[in-house]
Design a protein around this ligand. Structure first.
Ligand code: HEM
Length: 141
């Protein structure tokens, strides 16, 4: 399957790794979610908690294609080799997905507080940084 996809992409002139194009969705949305959540504690900006929540939903929708394309690039460009960085990425991808799902189900953006739910927003950005750094190490060494 992997080679069929890359042969097709090669035929239409797309020879880059596919994963980086998709990583912007969860990475950008997690950063946005945290910025809006923290800004919602400023006077008269409470409504930004809802914007942050919407970023969580889009990040969650983007995680599936991001993980799938990460798998494709791993198979195509790294021969499916079980490197430590790949295992780290798989674990962090699973953790991020669980945190996004938990927030999507349990968060109450109408009543944001400096509580555990906001703590999970901060945890999500740490996991995203870990995913980006380990990805950068794979790509740029
Ligand atoms: C939500 C989950 C994930 C996020 C947000 C994410 C994010 C990233 C980022 C930001 C990069 C650097 C891209 C660049 O600018 O060059 C990257 C690279 C990479 N990631 Fe991920 N990643 C995720 C999951 C995975 C998974 C599950 C795998 C493998 C099974 C994977 C494999 C790779 C590989 C091989 C690279 C090196 C560049 C490439 O060949 O595409 N990623 N990732």
């Amino acid at each position: 399957m992997t080679e069929i996809i890359f042969e097709f992409l090669g035929r239409i002139g797309f020879t880059h790794p596919v994963h980086p194009a998709f990583t912007h969705i969860p990475m950008g949305m997690v950063i946005g979610a945290v910025v809006f959540r923290l800004a919602s504690f400023l006077p008269r900006l409470r409504m930004l908690a809802k914007t942050g929540y919407h970023c969580v939903i889009l990040a969650l929708l983007g995680v599936g294609p991001t993980i799938f394309t990460g798998y494709l690039d791993w198979q195509h460009r790294y021969g499916g080799a079980w490197e430590l960085l790949i295992v780290v990425k798989m674990v962090l991808a699973a953790v991020l997905t669980v945190l996004l799902l938990f927030t999507a189900i349990k968060d109450d953006p109408e009543n944001p507080g400096l509580d555990r739910r906001t703590g999970i927003y901060l945890l999500m950005i740490l996991v995203a940084v870990g995913l980006g750094f380990s990805g950068g190490e794979l790509q740029y060494g």
